[in-house]
Design a protein around this ligand. Structure first.
Ligand SMILES: [Zn+2]
Length: 204
């Protein structure tokens, strides 16, 4: 098995991720963002020197520290895989050293959106940060051939609806964005982002 860093790079530079493209709150999520994250994960700064290396670590303790959700439905389960991007230490943290499953790869794409926004010092509320990450995660699932089933959380349901619109080549509607923001606002996993002005650490 490749090191987790290489597995993550393979996801970021793969054909499924390359199809993800949409705008939200004035920010673009596209293959160029994922390519920059892959460059940073390789340990390189970009040629203009503005971007920085990002570490990739495995910490099984992440499971016990954080709620553990099915990345296909958002439902809390145990055991499984979980992941996090930490903008203060510029690190991906995975609880499992293997990105072999579809849900693990989709979750890696989700965290890569947070990493890309940190890399580019994007000013965006934490709610919209999560909204973009969930839409990218759902687009990865759609482009990988996954069909959404029943039993999804409100956050996943709203993100999947927005992603389906993007997959049809259309713009995400303002109603879909409002639904996703409302779902995140009421999501028990994200109580810390409820302050409307709250932003994740995007200090580069
Ligand atoms: Zn997130």
């Amino acid at each position: 098995m490749d090191p987790i860093r290489v597995q993550l790079q393979n996801v970021l530079s793969g054909p499924i991720t390359a199809r993800i493209q949409f705008g939200l709150a004035g920010v673009m999520v596209n293959r160029s963002l994922f390519r920059d994250v892959s460059t940073a994960v390789a340990g390189n700064s970009t040629p203009n020197g503005r971007l920085f290396p990002i570490r990739v670590v495995v910490n099984p303790g992440l499971r016990s520290n954080r709620a553990f959700r099915n990345a296909l439905t958002g439902v809390v389960i145990s055991p499984g895989i979980d992941a996090q991007y930490d903008g203060t230490t510029n690190s991906f943290i995975f609880s499992n050293p293997c990105l072999a499953t579809l849900d693990a790869r989709a979750l890696a794409v989700h965290e890569s959106v947070h990493a890309g926004f940190d890399l580019h010092r994007v000013k965006i509320t934490a709610i919209d940060d999560e909204a973009a990450a969930y839409i990218a995660q759902c687009l990865y699932l759609i482009y990988a051939g996954h069909t959404f089933g029943t039993g999804m959380t409100p956050t996943f349901t709203a993100a999947a609806a927005a992603a389906a619109t993007v997959a049809r080549g259309l713009q995400i509607t303002s109603g879909q964005i409002a639904d996703l923001r409302a779902a995140l606002w009421n999501d028990p996993n994200y109580t810390e982002i409820r302050k409307k002005t709250y932003q994740y650490t995007h200090d580069g």
